[in-house]
Design a protein around this ligand. Structure first.
Ligand code: HGY
Ligand code: MN
Ligand code: MN
Length: 420
């Protein structure tokens, strides 16, 4: 590899400004963003990203699930591209860095290589994947899942949101129902905030991500009987909310009782008829479990199902559990992980190996291309929260690691005299 690029660094101020400008799209009062996938706000962010990519002379293509691919040519047009990316959609009350950082960091790498006149052997791509968050439409990580062959395209296009709008209709409405074929990827790097407390607590700048927890998501419908809150004696009620409340506590107990990074969460709960003087006859809720070992994840689910049976009997309700997402724990490609570690080391940045508690598009892309992730700290480990924060220094550091890991993978064929 040519020496001149070793001293190459990204433009941290430009990265910071791009993130700030993007964060104004869907900005929420407490400093976060609400950019639900395939909404008008998501379209605005997508269009801003496409305009920036075109201004950096990247070739922009959109595929049938709305994934956006932006290519920088390499000197070997037949080489499989080295890709970077993440997602522009957010949680309903999300932060300005979850997803956006990985897309803007990839764009900044392209911009910096343009500024430095560096040519790579393999082409490069920066990708914005559709619907990583899974909060408006399930399944989660939809766009990367389609490209990785996890979900059939048609299955995803007919998924509907709470208002009955389908993914296909929403894609057309925002003008991102593309026709391009997703490119074959030679490698994929995703830069992301850790979304947990480890790096900040250890004052470590870079997380060298080994892999991600496996996840199992369920929709649960609890059916009892609507009844008048006054005349109905306590013993004769079929109170769906009591059943749901018992299940919430059992999910928490099961997660706390298991090893291997076990997690259990009920994040969504809808009570019907949701009227203060009616005993609730129906509750719809989410249940999700995560774990670093597939066998432990299975054991957690088995315990959940036995709890469901006993709660049904005790509360005289019916509980329907429908599994909607499953992916096993994943390990990233050892050579790719090593290149992230080497880049952090060569930049003199503190770093440590870490496992991702969150799912990411990288989890599915890892099924079709060698993949690795780069984490940076976020304040208090807070994410999926409007208060999500990261420092300009850490954002730039992670982007420099991305730059040098990508260059090591793509190969440098031309660089102006020593890059100052
Ligand atoms: O839920 C997750 O792990 C990711 O944020 N979609
Ligand atoms: Mn994310
Ligand atoms: Mn997220």
């Amino acid at each position: 590899m040519l020496n001149p690029v070793n001293s190459l660094r990204i433009n941290g101020e430009r990265l910071w400004q791009s993130l700030a400008e993007l964060a104004r799209i869907g900005a929420t009062p407490k400093g976060g963003v609400k950019r639900l996938t395939l909404t008008a706000v998501d379209r605005e962010a997508r269009e801003r990203f496409v305009a920036w990519a075109r201004a950096a002379d990247l070739a922009v293509r959109v595929d049938a699930i709305g994934n956006i691919f932006c290519r920088r040519a390499g000197t070997d047009p037949h080489a499989a591209p080295v890709a970077m990316g993440s997602h522009l959609d957010s949680q309903p009350s999300g932060g300005k860095y979850d997803g956006a950082y990985g897309v803007m960091a990839g764009l900044e790498v392209m911009r910096s290589l343009n500024d430095a006149g560096v040519a790579t052997r393999a082409p490069l791509e920066v990708v914005s994947w559709t619907n990583e968050e899974g909060s408006r439409f399930t399944p989660v990580m939809m766009g990367s899942g389609v490209v990785a062959g996890v979900f059939p395209l048609e299955h995803c296009l007919v998924q509907r949101d709470a208002d009955g709008v389908s993914v296909g209709e929403a894609l057309k409405a925002i003008g991102f129902a593309g026709e391009a074929q997703a490119p074959r990827l030679g490698a994929y790097f995703e830069a992301h905030i850790e979304q947990g407390p480890v790096l900040e607590a250890e004052r470590t700048t870079i997380g060298v991500v080994q892999g991600a927890l496996g996840q199992r998501w369920f929709d649960c419908v609890i059916t009892g009987q609507d009844a008048h809150a006054g005349p109905t004696p306590m013993d004769s009620r079929q109170d769906a909310l009591i059943g749901a409340s018992r299940l919430v506590l059992e999910v928490n107990r099961i997660a706390r009782a298991h090893p291997d990074y076990a997690r259990g969460t009920v994040g969504y709960l809808q009570v019907k008829p949701n009227s203060r003087n009616v005993v609730p006859g129906e509750v719809r809720m989410s249940v999700e479990f995560r774990n670093a070992r597939d066998s432990t994840l299975l054991a957690m689910v088995a315990e959940l199902k036995s709890c469901v049976r006993s709660i049904e009997a005790e509360c005289r309700v019916a509980m329907a559990l429908d599994e909607i997402v499953y992916f096993p724990p994943c390990e990233f490609d050892a050579r790719m992980v090593a290149s992230v570690r080497a880049a952090a080391g060569s930049l003199g940045l503190s770093h440590r190996d870490i496992v991702s508690g969150a799912g990411h598009d990288a989890v599915y892309v890892a099924r079709i291309a060698p993949t690795a992730m780069i984490f940076i700290p976020c304040e208090g480990g807070i994410s999926h929260n409007e208060l999500e924060r990261a420092t300009p220094q850490d954002l730039a550091a992670g982007c420099n690691v991305l730059l040098h890991a990508v260059l090591a993978r793509a190969g440098v064929t031309q660089a102006k005299e020593a890059v100052t």
